[in-house]
Design a protein around this ligand. Structure first.
Ligand code: NAP
Length: 299
């Protein structure tokens, strides 16, 4: 850990400690940051000792600006992009030095015009950060394996020994756990010696493991050689239709959009070898095989 007194970033506010964000406080504290969690009134969450909790109202500029006083960096792990929009504006006014917007999945620097609203909000934030004069760090990490394979909606139903693969399932995807994302991001902020230029965000390209859905089948068979996994392939056209039907069901359309985007290569954080993956010698991320072993051990 670098000495916290000589650092560029000493205090960090985490906005939205939910599904992903809950993994951050432990790692921010471990890196020696003064750690604040922003949370809405009535939200009932507990945090490790040492974390400051500030109640905020995302619809009130003054509430956000006063919560961000003295904060060097904001990490947003929100899915509510209207909340993030207000947070970015307030961070710009409060003198925050660096903003890490809510990304943590697919590569979003080359989103198509018809991107699902759940991802379009991420692209919009890039422009908002520039407008607010905020240097930024974008963290791309691919899907979280522990949630993707923990529910059947993404195709794997290991409890019933069934796996649905959309398309051929041959495209490599980057898989990174929430814990590893939090650890890497906290370390990056702790070791930062200069800020990126406004409008030219630093991009972290994380990858715990690289594997296609067919590789996942092979890993599962290696882990459980006596179990028969029934693998069915479904044509991608099914996903294309479902991904566009946002009105018919937001979550269902998002799952379809994500599955389609991974098969099209957007889940691979090095963009098929066009960029280097981000490295840190001490980062020995949990592999996909380890995650699958934990998830399927007691089935
Ligand atoms: N790569 C992947 O596989 C993957 C999977 C899931 C998510 N993600 C990404 O990770 C990021 C965080 O997602 P998440 O699932 O962790 O978020 P989430 O749990 O849905 O929300 C995080 C927190 O946002 C706060 N919040 C602020 N305004 C809100 C509002 N209007 N409505 C609801 N909550 C509000 C809540 O905290 P308080 O109640 O404390 O205010 C909530 O717990 C997103 O960018 C998402 O796309 C990636």
């Amino acid at each position: 850990m670098s000495s916290s007194s000589t650092r560029l970033i000493k205090s960090v506010a985490l906005a939205g400690a939910g599904n992903l964000g809950a993994s951050f406080p432990e790692h921010l504290l471990a890196e020696g940051f003064e750690t604040t969690v922003l949370t809405r009134a009535g939200s009932n969450k507990s945090f490790p000792a040492g974390v400051k909790i500030k109640e905020v109202d995302y619809t009130s500029a003054s509430s956000l600006e006063s919560a961000l006083e003295g904060i060097d960096a904001v990490i947003a792990t929100l899915t509510a992009y209207d909340s993030q929009t207000e947070l970015i504006k307030a961070a710009g006014k409060a003198g925050v030095k660096l903003f890490v917007p809510s990304e943590f999945g697919n590569v979003t620097t080359s989103l198509k015009e018809d991107a699902h609203p759940a991802l379009a909000g991420k692209g919009v934030a890039h422009g908002q950060l520039k407008e607010a004069g905020l240097p930024a760090v974008l963290v791309f990490a691919g899907p979280f394996p522990e949630t993707t394979f923990g529910v059947p909606s993404f195709g794997a139903n290991f409890a019933e020994n069934k796996m649905t693969i959309f398309g051929k399932g041959e495209t490599p995807i980057s898989w990174t756990t929430r814990r590893e994302i939090a650890r890497f991001t906290a370390h990056h902020l702790a070791t930062l010696t200069s800020l990126p230029a406004v409008g030219e965000p630093t991009i972290l390209r994380l990858e715990g493991s690289s594997a296609s859905f067919l590789d996942v089948v092979a890993i599962y068979k290696r882990l459980h050689p006596t179990r028969e996994l029934d693998v069915q392939h479904v044509p991608l056209e099914h996903l294309e239709k479902a991904a566009k039907d946002v009105e018919g069901g937001f979550l269902e359309s998002l799952v379809a959009y994500l599955l389609l985007s991974w098969e099209q290569g957007y889940g691979k954080t090095d963009e098929a070898g066009k960029h280097e993956l981000s490295k840190w010698d001490e980062w020995k991320p949990q592999s996909l095989e380890e995650v699958l072993k934990e998830l399927t051990a007691d089935l």
